[in-house]
Design a protein around this ligand. Structure first.
Ligand code: ADP
Ligand code: MG
Length: 271
């Protein structure tokens, strides 16, 4: 038996994936009782791929992201990142949440540079990278402004720049555009796609928007009601870059329908 087959046989997860979980479960023990939040889920994500995760509210998507990032621990099962078990908060990862965590008393550029200060990287080289990211995201003109002067969409662009500053091995996005209006959200989808094509960073993208997931992802995982399990794992075989109008094309709507049907069967969507 080869070494790999042996490794799989003894229940270890796949080392060739950036993210790899095996029978991952999360149970919260609260004063009100036990909450089975997630799983079991076995998900793998190869380097360079963008994986979209869609699922109903409260099915454990954010929990999954936190466990992968080492911000929370699994109750059962395994989680490995780049072949190593996750035992502490990961440092080599960029995270963007729905609510941006910009510091209002620091300028935009100083917010983007925060990871550099914390990790003590070379300031000059990193500063150049920071400006390049702001440029790419279309907010370079606001570098010296303060976050409170920016719109919600612009604040999220700054958050993305900060998350990518130190070229993390993966980008975790937890409903980053859910608080934005529809047009801004569309715009952000286009901007993020362009950025990803340049950066090629492995991305886990959580959203409850089915079209958004399909538009941005190479693969979409559909999750069930809590405790979230994988209902479907769909390859999105549409060439990139994609334009927003692709959302009306049959190849696209076929996938969104397939996802919607899962939710209808599960009673998540009615009507
Ligand atoms: N720290 C916690 N303590 C107790 N229950 C939690 C905690 N975090 C999340 N939950 C519960 O776990 C379930 C999954 O939550 P979450 O991962 O936030 O779902 P989603 O992101 O898919 O909306 C929910 O029922 C939520 O109430
Ligand atoms: Mg969530």
């Amino acid at each position: 038996m080869s070494e790999d087959a042996a490794a799989r046989d003894n229940g270890s997860v796949d080392r060739f994936q950036i993210i790899s979980t095996r029978d991952l479960e999360k149970v919260y023990f609260t004063a009100q009782g036990i909450v089975r939040a997630l799983g079991p889920v076995s998900i793998s994500l190869p380097a360079g791929e963008t994986l979209g995760i869609v699922g109903p509210s409260g099915c454990g998507k954010s929990t999954f992201l936190r466990v992968v990032a080492g911000l929370d621990t699994a109750t059962r099962g395994k989680v490995e990142v780049a072949g190593k078990p996750v035992t502490a908060p990961l440092t080599d990862v960029g995270i963007v949440f729905q609510r941006d965590l910009l510091l209002d008393w620091r300028s935009v550029i100083d917010n983007v540079m925060l990871p550099s200060e914390l990790r003590k990287t070379d300031r000059k080289a990193t500063l150049q990278r920071a400006y390049e990211l702001l440029e790419e995201l279309g907010v370079a003109d606001f570098a010296e402004r303060n976050p409170w002067e920016l719109s919600g969409g612009m604040r999220q662009r700054v958050s993305i720049a900060r998350a990518l500053l130190l070229r993390p091995s993966m980008l975790l996005l937890d409903e980053p555009f859910s608080a934005l209006d529809a047009l801004t959200r569309d715009q952000m989808n286009v901007i993020l796609q362009r950025l990803q094509m340049h950066e090629r960073v492995t991305t886990l993208f959580i959203t409850h928007s089915i079209p958004e997931a399909v538009f941005l992802s190479d693969r979409v995982i559909v999750m069930s009601n809590r405790p979230g399990q994988v209902l479907d794992d769909i390859k999105v075989d549409l060439p990139k870059p994609r334009t927003l109008s692709i959302r009306e094309e049959p190849a696209f709507t076929e996938i969104t329908r397939r996802i919607r049907e899962h939710f209808e069967r599960a009673g998540v969507l009615v009507g």
